[in-house]
Design a binder for this molecule. Structure first.
Ligand code: APR
Ligand code: ZN
Length: 242
């Protein structure tokens, strides 16, 4: 438990722990990050695949890409990082604010997860208010709603605002936490990258778990340059030995 030795005392008094997670926590589950070495945005043009204009320009191409990601994500399993966060619920009030659309926190057993950027399981109509959750393959591309309009993935694309109810709730959790652990995110995308600021307003301790530097590393109280699957089980074992 060497990684967290210096904060052992503060940790044991933490009542509310909030995790802010990104693509890095799912990297060890075989899901590529966006901006890392083999990141999606190195191989694909985000502006051609993850904007509403791109979708209307070529819905077939965007759906081909999301169907590929759905396949990859549906066959992926939570890793030790996801499982550790789920296990921590035994010892403290734990909330995960995730930018990930893969549902692996919930698959690991976490009960309090806010999906800031939507979910790859969810779809919605581009015209009527139809929405649904679908794990099976679509028979047509692009898939059509019963109203005849095109269905889209219910995820947040660049230039789109987050689901406001989810975002408002995320700010409340960030503002109330004693400890915020920022795992596997580059913190380049807003407004998710403002969550540590809300936590700091509540004098929360900020911990970063990431093999690489991020936009806010210098503002952290503790930086762990390691992977989430290595570091998080060690963090949880702190609580087991209290
Ligand atoms: N454990 C911990 N961190 C890791 C690991 C790992 N095994 N592997 C990579 N990382 C770190 C990288 O160093 C990087 O800082 O995870 C971070 C991933 O950053 P991004 O690829 O930028 O992903 P993320 O921060 O989640 O992106 C935010 O941008 O593309 C949009 O909507 C998309 O939700 C996404 C948002
Ligand atoms: Zn419709």
């Amino acid at each position: 438990m060497k990684m967290f030795e210096s904060i052992k005392d503060q940790v044991k008094n933490a009542k509310k722990i909030v995790f802010v997670t990104g693509a890095g926590i799912s990297q060890e589950s075989g899901i590529p990050t966006f901006r890392g070495k083999d990141g999606l945005w190195r191989n694909y043009d985000a502006m051609k695949l993850a904007t509403i204009d791109a979708f209307y320009d070529d819905p077939k191409l965007v759906w081909e890409w999301y169907n590929e990601r759905r396949h990859n994500i549906f066959s992926a399993n939570p890793n030790q990082g996801h499982k550790a966060i789920a296990e921590l619920e035994k010892f403290a009030d734990v909330v995960s604010l995730t930018q990930n659309i893969d549902g692996l926190h919930q698959k690991a057993g976490s009960t309090k997860v806010l999906e800031l950027h939507g979910s790859i399981v969810k779809i919605k109509c581009t015209v009527c208010d139809f929405s649904d959750e679908i794990m099976t393959d679509f028979t047509e591309n692009p898939p059509l709603c019963k109203c005849g309009s095109i269905l889209r993935p219910d995820v947040v694309w660049f230039g789109e605002s987050l689901p406001q109810d989810v975002w408002q709730e995320a700010i409340i959790h960030a503002n109330q936490c004693d400890l915020m652990i920022i795992v596997g995110t580059s913190l380049v995308v807003s407004p998710a990258n403002t969550l540590p600021i809300y936590a700091k307003q509540n004098n929360a301790m900020l911990i970063e778990i990431n093999p690489e530097n991020t936009e806010m590393s210098s503002e952290m109280d503790l930086v762990i340059r390691n992977t989430s699957a290595n570091a998080l089980p060690e963090f949880v074992s702190l609580f087991k030995n209290l």
